[in-house]
Design a protein around this ligand. Sequence first.
Ligand code: FAD
Length: 258
Amino acid sequence: MPYSLARHPFPPAVRRLQLAARTVLAVAGGDAYVRLRLVESSPGELAGFVAPGGGDHVRVVVGSPDGGPIALDDSGAPIGEARTETVVDHSVDEGWIDLDVLVHGEPGSELGVIGACAARAPLGSPAVMMGPKGSVVMSGAPGEVVLAGDDSALPAVRRYLRMLGPNVTGHLLLETRFDLAALEVEPPAGLRVRILEPGGAPSTGLIAALESVPSAVDPLQRFVFACGEQSLVAAARATLAGWGIDVERAVVKGYWKR
Ligand SMILES: Cc1cc2nc3c(=O)[nH]c(=O)nc-3n(C[C@H](O)[C@H](O)[C@H](O)COP(=O)(O)OP(=O)(O)OC[C@H]3O[C@@H](n4cnc5c(N)ncnc54)[C@H](O)[C@@H]3O)c2cc1C
């Protein structure tokens, strides 16, 4: 029986959290992947939180990299630029959630809004989290998969690999310099793995690798996840169309813009 994807919307939620721990998971080419543990700023903030889908994500507003406060509007929503991050793990009972954040730039002058905070904000710094707005949940097991992504998609790829299990077959295409083992990305033996060097024109290596994957014997049995820099999206959609796969049966998303 072919797999299916169901999209479930969730009611809006704004949760006040604080930074409890950071762990540098891996460093590559001047970038780092940092795991942030955010905990409830008061009991019950995570009540009702669920994130059952492989790519489920939240929007996070942080203060300044030195741990400054976050202003709220009259409705209690945070004022400031939000960043979207994949849910790595969480416990509502224990009141924590983990996010893995890619940090660019030299130590002490890290780039970005959440990147700089992930690198430097003192423990106890505030964060406001919204979502997930919804979840894409897979039922059944695909006959084969094509998982493609760059650094920003590694947390989602890891979750999909764990959900798909050790017997999954297909293709894993990653544009990254990170040591996959350090990021706990453990491809099963049945996946053909291609690691592509980042850089150059946007996503070109990843797009070419995706286009080189042969068509599926049965398009209804192939699950495709293709997420990363924005320019991947149009190419991935065109590739799906060429394979005869409805994009609604896939997960294709721009995670960031160059
Ligand atoms: C559904 C979804 C899930 C996501 N999950 C994750 C996740 O789990 N972990 C994660 O780290 N990111 C994830 N992202 C990307 C994330 O939203 C941010 O883009 C990222 O964290 C950078 O934010 P920033 O504030 O540090 O940098 P920004 O202020 O957004 O950017 C600073 C500079 O860094 C550049 N830049 C940003 N991202 C990258 C990149 N990946 N490679 C090279 N240069 C880059 C920008 O072009 C800019 O020049 C996800 C995005 C989406 C839409």
